[in-house]
Design a protein around this ligand. Sequence first.
Ligand code: CA
Length: 288
Amino acid sequence: MQRAEVCLDARALRGEGPLWDARDQRLIWVDIDTSTVHRYDPLTGCDQRQDVGQPVGAVGLRAGGGLVAAVRDGFAFIDPDRVMLVAPVEIEQMGNRMNDGKVDPAGCFWAGTMALDLKPGAGVLYRLNRDLSVHAMLRGLSISNGLDWSLDGRTMYFVDSATGGLDAFDYDPENGAIGRRRRIVEIQEREGLPDGMVLDAEGFIWVALWGGGCVRRYTPCGSLAAVLELPVSQVTSCAFGGPQLTDLYVTSARAGLSAEQLAREPAAGGLFVHQGQVPGRAPNTFGG
Ligand code: CA
């Protein structure tokens, strides 16, 4: 059994969206509920925070510098000194917000929505093209969550948390289209809810289990290969970082935990790291 150690006692309400930025060797992550983007420097332990004015679910790197982000009102560009909404999404639906997202191998940014009250079927997965056009790719989702692409770029993996599993889609890297869908991992409710995910350089899939206190590693076909335990229950997402991309960073959440639970898991909302053997891959860049 492997364990991750806390590297930043961040006490985030809903830590999410870890992303390694090799340009300045920092781990970017978000706290959705406090509308903040964080930039954590593992060398100094310093964690800079930026208020982006509205809940932010995920960020990606832009090829030209700065970040692309999924914020409550749609897709935004975030620079250290400003936030610009570039493509509104579901702006008339006050009960929805953007959630998890990631840049695909074609340089487009995908992010999905969910209802704040978790209403089933209210979410949509969108693709922001390089020309800033927005395309609805999957409808009728409940909690649109983690996603990533296979090593050969022909398969997209995706989690709609409420369905209790992980699905694979055929993916066309030429035009960003998705096709045939199939279930590859089934996760029982008592094990937790699948949340954020990332693939490593061997093509294995790491999935955070909300309520499950762990990150699981699966083969590309969906067999359980390893479990990374955390000292907190609400594990939200993971991403590889560090100079060699061998450090797996894991985010977590404090929101909704009772005083008793917080006493049992004081590190809830922290940022964790596990130094592993298998490296990750450098994140794709938007427009790159
Ligand atoms: Ca999530």
